[in-house]
Design a protein around this ligand. Sequence first.
Ligand SMILES: NC(=O)c1ccc[n+]([C@@H]2O[C@H](COP(=O)([O-])OP(=O)(O)OC[C@H]3O[C@@H](n4cnc5c(N)ncnc54)[C@H](OP(=O)(O)O)[C@@H]3O)[C@@H](O)[C@H]2O)c1
Length: 259
Amino acid sequence: MTSSLPFSSALVTGASSGIGEELTRQLVAAGATVVVVARRAARLEALAAELAGVEVLKADLGTRAGQDAVAARIADADRPIDLVVNNAGFGSSGEFHALDADRLGDEVELNVAALTRLSHAALAVMVPRRRGWLLNVSSVAGFQPAPRLAVYAATKAYVLSLSESLHQEAASAGVHVSALCPGLTKTEFQSVSNTAHYQSTFPEFAWTTVEEVATSGLQGVAKNRAVIVPGAIYKLVTGAGSVTPRWIKRALSGVVQRS
Ligand SMILES: NC(=O)c1ccc[n+]([C@@H]2O[C@H](COP(=O)([O-])OP(=O)(O)OC[C@H]3O[C@@H](n4cnc5c(N)ncnc54)[C@H](OP(=O)(O)O)[C@@H]3O)[C@@H](O)[C@H]2O)c1
């Protein structure tokens, strides 16, 4: 499935669980070495013990020091990275005014500021090198506003917009930039983001698997797709959304978040 990927080295943020862990597994299976980044070092060490060619980089991307450390690893000319995946992220479900303001700030710092910093670190070496791949994890939530998941949807809209702009900018240098926009996927995201109730409210067909998301992402960025939406149902939903008036989209989104 992932046997013919063009990357021989990669760096994946948020590799200690969920989509990032699966991306790491598929990259290693395809023969790439992978630098894995997250805060939970024990999880990363376990992955490195299980898989060949995995380098652990413990970093809190919610801090400047953590962002600097990962940016420096990306910039290391002696150990070049072909593919950078900005996957680390989280959400906060609930009414905006009632959520913790510091938590929302941390969410913007990780989903937006760290991703921007590491995208810059990646393209600063890839464009002059005229070789490289950057995969930024957005969400189907980035296609429309999402009442009760407002900050998360706004951060993912930012990721989608930034990545599409960078896709165009970097194309002439032969560098691929893609936004990966998964729909509902069972990971630790639901417990971290207070959306565990989704597992009982959304039917089984609404869920994509981490395997499907990771495969779509890796194949999509290899093929230089600007926007990658895994799963037929979400391709349909986001396609229909592009011709739906914004007022209908935000009203429907509000109904979905209430369920
Ligand atoms: N699951 C879904 O339904 C879904 C749908 C659309 C988009 N997404 C996006 O997919 C991406 C991956 O999420 P997931 O579903 O795989 O969730 P997950 O299982 O909760 O994984 C999140 C990853 O981000 C890392 N992380 C969180 N805060 C961090 C920080 N401050 N510094 C460094 N790493 C940090 C976590 O590692 P540590 O806790 O060890 O640091 C973990 O490895 C996210 O960007 C998410 O928004 C998910």
